[in-house]
Design a protein around this ligand. Structure first.
Ligand code: NAD
Ligand code: LMR
Length: 333
């Protein structure tokens, strides 16, 4: 049996985590031979609810679930963590944009970045889910000067999964046969779901759909899916977010399928002319626990315009929280 890995999760009593924890304990994220220690973190008011979830996890008697620990502070909760899933945040309600949450969440993610810097394993892999996810990841990373910015990612896999699912419904293909769908930019309505490199059964996806449907229906549908779910359910997506978190971490740690791209919010190195240092969703491939941006893709004017628009939104978000970033590290990445 392998040595157990420590997975710290904030927002553990929330809707996403309530779906996610059971998938992790069942081995869907780290593999069916990898025992896990779950370090569950919540705000003090939610600790009783968290105890209830811990009882349910225990009652499933998962062979891979080594230990569960409960924490009402991140300093203790992140201790020696190999993986940190930052889910806890104030969620967006009807009519609110992610930007509205910027300042509210900046404080939470500054503290979490500092706590990771001080207490987590030096190779910790961090996934930020709480919105606005890209900018929260930037804040956490900038507050963790002893960790590499490449250790901080944010979730855009949900957008990628949505893009595949909606395309599958339109074309009648199985999502399994759709590959190389890309999400560029921000996890927000400016994101750009790009099908120019996508394939269905190995053939160009764009041959199966009309340009009008793509530009006028498909792109807005993927971009606004999060808001549409909130309108319909009254709460934000949870089971699909839990699935996407599982997919993101599994691929990062265990590697992507041969020939496939996946999208991850990662620190920009300037690839494709995007501002260096912001957390931007790129197509990547992963192996040996590392990700690499897919280089050399041809970018049309149609794509370039949309990639720039979502980049601009991230630069605007950064301007709003710039005064909260630590001064000594703000220029060093
Ligand atoms: P939720 O309100 O059901 O749960 C959030 C939980 O986080 C609550 O239990 C709350 O007590 C806890 N929490 C809040 N602040 C915390 C802190 N500082 N430390 C520890 N725990 C804290 O929300 P949810 O539906 O689980 O969504 C969580 C976040 O994920 C929201 O910000 C939501 O917008 C975001 N989200 C992102 C994506 C994505 O694709 N990136 C998708 C869906 C939802
Ligand atoms: C989503 O995409 O479902 C989430 O980010 C929820 C939201 O706030 O839009």
């Amino acid at each position: 049996m392998r040595r157990p890995v420590r997975i710290a999760i904030t927002g553990s009593a929330g809707s996403i985590a309530s779906n996610l924890l059971f998938k992790i304990a069942a081995g869907e994220m780290m593999g069916k031979d990898q025992p896990v220690i779950l370090q569950l973190i919540e705000v003090p008011q939610a600790m009783e609810a968290l105890r209830g979830i811990a009882m349910e996890l225990e009652d499933c008697a998962y062979p891979l679930l080594h230990t569960i620990t409960l924490h009402d502070n991140v300093e203790e909760g992140f201790s020696n963590a190999h993986y940190a899933l930052l889910i806890g945040a104030r969620p967006r309600g009807p009519g609110m944009e992610r930007r509205d949450l910027l300042e509210v969440n900046a404080e939470i993610f500054s503290r979490q970045g500092k706590a990771l810097n001080e207490h987590a394993n030096r190779d910790v892999k961090v996934l930020v889910v709480g919105n606005p996810a890209n900018t929260n990841a930037l804040i956490a990373s900038r507050n963790a000067p002893d960790l590499s910015p490449s250790q901080f990612t944010c979730l855009t896999r949900l957008d990628q999964n949505r893009a595949r699912g909606i395309l599958a419904t339109q074309t009648g293909a199985n999502p399994r046969d759709i590959a190389r769908v890309i999400i560029w930019g921000n996890h927000s309505p400016t994101q750009y779901p790009d099908l120019s490199h996508a394939t269905i059964h190995g053939h160009p996806a764009m041959d199966e759909i009309s340009q009008d449907w793509y530009a006028d229906e498909y792109i807005p549908q993927v971009q606004n899916r999060g808001g549409d779910i909130i309108k319909a359910r009254g709460v934000s997506s949870a089971p699909s977010a839990a699935q996407a978190i599982t997919d993101h971490m599994r691929d990062w740690c265990l590697g992507t399928e041969p020939g496939e791209f996946v999208s991850m919010g990662i620190v920009s190195d300037g690839s494709y002319g995007i501002e260096k240092g912001i957390i931007y969703s790129y197509p990547v491939r992963c192996n040996y626990g590392r990700y690499q941006i897919i280089q050399g893709l041809e970018i049309s004017d149609f794509s370039r315009e949309r990639m720039k628009k979502t980049e601009q939104e991230l630069l605007d978000e950064m301007a709003v929280i710039e005064h909260l970033l630590p001064k000594d590290t703000a220029d060093s990445h």
